[in-house]
Design a binder for this molecule. Structure first.
Ligand code: UDP
Length: 314
């Protein structure tokens, strides 16, 4: 997102506690405040130092199984911390807010592709922690001069096509990153978490979206709010579902490495199939995804993984 805003010539600052992020990941010219969004004093300093008109809120924890074993971490990092940030925005008269929500709010959707008005019934504390923030935003927007956009992310993958940044957090758990690590020999094998789902090849189906397309959706959502758009909640996905086996085959094809794969038990909190109905985002934003192609997503992820290997060995 920082690179997207930078490339568009926007003036912005970043706050990050660097718990999973890296200072090198943002453009050098961008001011970074290293700290936490629960630090009200720091937020006040930032709002005082800069003429902030909008906030794009990504801070939070994102691992579904970890949220099952440590739910209070998720209610703290994703829900309570968001409350502090939203309150600071209201106090400082910020009118535009964009929030990273998740398809996990749907749980195990009965109708696929899933649309925004489907029942909200998360299967994990991760999904619930994000849904609670969506509800806080809804109520805040009803009470104050404050408009928000919540983007319900499907499975974010890939990396900056120019190779400037990509997923770099250690001990990654997300499928495409883990599969790229396996292809590069950083892992001995890849585990398939459940091959007994009610899907054609019995493995879980997800809608993988390229991170750069997701960033451009945020930027368009910001422009829409600036132009007077009302608060809105939208799915951010391509509407294409791929099974774990299809992803593995694609990573093997792109990398030309036949890494070892083992079937393992299902993970707690995992849905069998989640694919976006993206008609709402398509009709509300002038969004033209540029990388909606699984091999392209994998190629970018793999290129980044190779770079990271080099970076980490320095
Ligand atoms: N998955 C898998 N092996 C892995 C990581 C993920 O089989 O090493 C499966 C997981 O069970 C799910 C899909 O891949 O069906 C996507 O999982 P991921 O953790 O990437 O994202 P999530 O959908 O949990 O947000």
């Amino acid at each position: 997102m920082a690179w997207c805003l930078h490339d568009a010539g926007e003036d912005f600052v970043v706050i990050d506690n660097l718990s999973t992020g890296f200072e090198w990941a943002i453009p050098q010219s961008v001011k970074l405040y290293e700290g936490d969004i629960t630090d009200e004093k720091l937020l006040q300093t930032i709002f005082h130092n800069h003429d902030i008109t909008a906030v794009i809120h990504f801070a939070g924890s994102i691992i579904v199984p970890e949220s099952v074993s440590n739910p209070l971490k998720y209610y703290n990092n994703n829900t309570a911390a968001s409350r502090t940030l939203i309150e600071a925005c209201v106090k400082n008269n910020i009118k535009h807010f964009i929030f990273s929500s998740t398809a996990a709010v749907y749980g195990d959707p009965k109708v696929i592709p899933v649309s925004e008005d489907a029942p909200l019934s998360p299967l994990s504390p991760y999904g619930t922690s994000k849904l609670m923030t969506e509800l806080m935003l809804r109520d805040t927007a009803a009470a104050h001069d404050f408009q928000y956009t919540a983007l319900r992310y499907f499975n974010v993958a890939g990396a900056d096509p120019e190779g400037r940044t990509g997923q770099s957090t250690r001990n990654a758990t997300h499928l495409i990153k883990v599969a790229c690590e396996a292809a590069l020999g950083k892992r001995t094998h890849l585990g398939i978490f459940g091959a007994d789902f009610d899907t054609p090849d019995k493995t879980g189906i997800r809608d993988y979206i390229h991170v750069s397309d997701l960033a451009s959706a945020h930027y368009l959502a910001l422009k829409r709010l600036r132009e007077g758009g009302e608060s809105i909640v939208m799915n951010a996905g391509y509407g294409d579902g791929y099974s774990v086996l299809q992803v593995i085959d694609a990573v093997k094809a792109v990398s030309e490495v036949d890494f070892e794969v083992k079937t393992e038990p299902r993970r707690a909190g995992d849905s069998p199939k989640v694919v976006a109905d993206n008609s709402k985002i398509m009709s509300n934003l002038d969004w033209k995804p540029q990388f909606d192609d699984l091999p392209t997503i994998i190629r970018h992820a793999l290129n980044w993984e190779k770079k990271l290997q080099f970076k980490n060995s320095l």
